[in-house]
Design a protein around this ligand. Sequence first.
Ligand code: ATP
Length: 235
Amino acid sequence: MLNLANLAVDHGKLRALWDVSLTVRAGEKIGLLGANGAGKSTTLGAIMGLYPPQSGDIVFDGASIAARPPADNVARGIALVPEGRRLFAEMSVQENLEMGAYLRASRASLSQTLDYVFTLFPILREKARQNAGELSGGQQQMVAIGRALMSKPRLLLLDEPFLGVAPLVIYDVMDALRRVADTGVTILLVEQNIHRALDFVDRAYVIENGRSALDGTRESLLGDPEFGTKFLGLE
Ligand code: ATP
């Protein structure tokens, strides 16, 4: 479904990605791991079309999407839940969710998709008219995930969705994401907590200083001494 080949991305004069390659098959849950500043968010942003690559390619459904604008990629079935949620604090929960359905195709089924999001996160139905800024961290994260789902994506990119979420609520969010994945949505998850990530995903890629370093299943990564010394010590 998605293939990154030798991707290089600059932020101004700074090279954030030097050589990132990964493959995601339809229906998989894939983790993207690495230290702070390794380039995980930049990788998700590049897939979304926020950062045009300097070299390398991004292929989605068999076609190159490198340097396509984000709206085109939303139309093709990609959605991003950004780091830090980026909600409109002064707008209601429902208005924030509706922002995710701005394309004509998703507007047609807006009330149905909204109902799906409310089924996934029942608390959001109760708080639909409240300003998003008044919600707890976990509830705001639910709104951010719900907003991404409103475009009915086939590939969901999640940038640290458990950050600032209370431990008990993390289970609710994770459970909802599992249910989303069970409907066939492919997931690419950036997560700092390695054990939490490996519990959730089928496989993971590790990025180190802007380069693909290691990849494998939970068992193969946890059994890899290089992974152990370099990454498990970080937590
Ligand atoms: P974190 O977990 O801290 O977000 P990360 O692995 O997601 O880390 P990135 O956010 O992709 O890493 O950052 C990679 C490098 O690019 C870092 O050196 C960072 O400072 C830089 N960087 C990221 N975004 C920008 C930006 N918009 N403008 C300039 N530099 C950036």
